[in-house]
Ligand binder design. Structure first.
Ligand code: CTP
Length: 403
C-alpha cells in the first residue's frame, strides 16, 4: 500500500480515454489512496458520476454554481483537502484553459485556485497533440511546474496513429507514487545498462549502412526501468527520439563505439540489449566522398563482422551483469532462432519478435513479443511498446536477487 493515507483529487475531462478512469480509481484505492472526483461536463459524456462515486466511495463534484456542492465542500476546500491533483484524461481544451488561467468551470477553477502539485495525463487526437497551440500550452504548464505523464503512442479511437493515447493506469499510479512518496521503487539502488536504436556504419564521410530500427522499444525500456527507480545508462545509436526523463544517455554512431560505451558503463546489475546493431561494417571506410567515375563500375564494398556487444558482455566473467536480456528480431522460424540465440550469446532471457514487414513492428508503436528464459517460452499479447517496456522492467525487478 504505497499510497496509504494519500488524498488524490482526480479531475476527469471529456475524452474517450475516460473509460480507463474506473481502472485508475481502483488501482489508487488498492494502493491505499483516498480519491475524490471532479467531473467536467465533457467527462460526463464518457463516464457517469455514479460509476465514479461508487468506485471512489465519495461524492462526485461537477458544478461550480451548485449550492449543495459549495455548502458541502467549496472549490477551495476541494483542493485544500488533497495532496495531489491528477487530471486524467487531460484534454487539449482543459490544458489550454489551464495554460490561459481560465476559471470557467469547476475543474478549471480548482486548478487555478490550487497550490498543490498537479499531474496531467494528456489524451487527444495525434494532430491536436502535435498542434503548435498544444505544444505551447504544454511548455507553459511544464514551466509552471505541472507534471506530465504520457501520452503514449499507438492506434487511437479515431483510427489515427501516433502519440495521443492516455497512459495506462499502472503507469499513472507509478508517476503518482514517485511524486507523493519517498517509497523507493523496486529497482532503487540498481544500475541497468540499455542499448537502443540502430548503428550507422560509415561507407565514406556522407554515406552509411544502417537498418530500420527507430529505438522506440529500447528507449521505452530505459524509461520504464528509470520509473521503477533504477539508475539507467542508455547507449543509443542515432535516433530521432527525445532522451527519456531521468536517464543518462550516451549517443554513439557505430557498433565499435557502442561496445566501448557499454564497457565503460559497467558494472551493472542488469543489461538489456535492444539495439539493432549492424552485423557488418565496411572494412575500409573511405576518407573522402566516393565519386562516380563515368565508365567505371560501381564500387564493391568489402564488409567485416562487427563485434557482438551482447555476446561480449554476457560472456562469463566478473563484470557480467547479473541478468542479461537480449532481443531477437526474426523474420522466420522465430522461436527456434531465438532459443538458439539465447544459448549462443549466453543471455539469460531473449525477447523475441517477428519483424516481418507485414507485422508493422519495426519502427511501429506496438510489439508482440515472446519471452524466452531457461524455464521456457511466454507468449505476450500484442501491446504498445511502452507496455512491453513496463512489463519487462517489472520482470527484471522481480528477477534481481535481494540486496
Ligand atoms: N547484438 C549485439 N551486437 C551485435 C549484434 C546483435 O549486441 N553486433 C544484440 C542485439 O542487441 C540483440 C541480439 O544481439 O539483443 C540479437 O540481435 P539480432 O539482430 O536478432 O541477431 P544477430 O546476432 O544479428 O543474428 P542474425 O543476424 O543471425 O539474426
Amino acid at each position: 500500500m504505497n499510497l496509504a493515507g494519500k488524498r488524490i483529487l482526480l479531475i476527469v475531462a471529456g475524452g474517450i480515454a475516460a473509460f480507463k478512469v474506473p481502472e485508475l480509481i481502483r488501482a489508487l484505492r488498492r494502493e491505499g489512496a483516498a480519491v475524490r472526483c471532479v467531473l467536467t461536463t465533457g467527462g460526463a459524456q464518457f463516464v457517469t458520476p455514479l460509476t465514479l462515486q461508487a468506485l471512489s466511495e465519495n461524492r462526485v463534484y461537477s458544478d461550480i454554481f451548485s449550492l449543495t456542492d459549495e455548502s458541502e465542500m467549496g472549490h477551495i476546500q476541494l483542493s485544500r483537502g488533497a495532496d495531489l491533483i491528477v487530471v486524467a484524461p487531460a484534454t487539449a481544451n482543459l490544458l489550454a484553459r489551464m495554460a490561459a488561467g481560465l476559471a470557467d468551470d469547476l475543474a478549471a477553477t480548482v486548478l487555478l485556485a490550487t497550490d498543490k502539485p498537479v499531474l496531467v495525463a494528456p489524451a487527444m487526437n495525434v494532430r491536436m497533440w502535435q498542434h503548435a497551440a498544444t505544444a505551447t500550452n504544454m511548455a507553459i504548464l511544464q514551466a509552471r511546474g505541472v507534471h506530465v505523464i504520457g501520452p503514449d503512442e499507438g492506434v487511437m479511437a479515431c483510427n489515427e496513429y501516433g502519440p495521443g493515447r492516455m497512459s495506462e493506469p499502472p503507469a499513472i499510479v507509478e508517476a503518482i507514487r514517485a511524486m507523493l512518496t519517498d517509497v523507493p521503487g523496486p529497482l532503487a539502488g540498481r544500475h541497468v545498462l540499455v542499448t537502443s536504436g540502430p548503428t550507422h556504419e560509415p561507407i565514406d564521410p556522407v554515406r552509411y549502412l544502417a537498418n530500420r530500427s527507430s529505438g522506440r522499444q529500447g528507449h521505452a525500456i530505459a524509461a520504464a526501468l528509470a520509473a521503477l527507480g533504477a539508475r539507467v545508462s542508455l547507449v543509443s545509436g542515432p535516433v530521432s527520439l527525445p532522451d527519456p526523463a531521468g536517464v543518462a544517455v550516451q549517443r554513439v554512431e557505430t557498433a565499435i563505439e557502442m561496445l566501448a560505451a557499454c564497457q565503460a558503463a559497467l558494472p551493472a546489475d542488469a543489461a538489456v540489449f535492444a539495439a539493432a546493431v549492424a552485423d557488418w561494417r565496411v572494412a575500409q571506410a573511405a576518407g573522402q566522398k566516393l565519386k562516380k567515375q563515368p565508365g567505371t563500375p560501381a564500387p564493391k564494398l568489402a564488409l567485416v563482422a562487427n563485434p557482438d556487444i551482447l555476446a561480449t558482455l554476457a560472456a562469463p566473467g566478473p563484470q557480467r551483469p547479473h541478468l542479461v536480456v537480449g532481443f531477437a528480431a526474426e523474420t522466420h522460424d522465430m522461436l527456434a532462432h531465438a532459443k538458439a540465440k539465447r544459448q549462443r550469446k549466453n543471455a539469460d532471457w531473449i525477447v523475441a519478435n517477428d519483424v516481418s514487414p507485414a507485422t508493422g513492428i519495426m519502427g511501429g508503436a506496438e510489439n508482440e513479443v515472446h519471452l524466452i528464459t531457461a524455464a521456457g517460452i511466454e507468449d505476450w499479447p500484442r501491446m504498445a511498446k511502452d507496455e512491453v517496456a513496463r512489463r519487462l522492467a517489472a520482470r527484471i525487478a522481480g528477477a534481481l536477487p535481494v540486496k
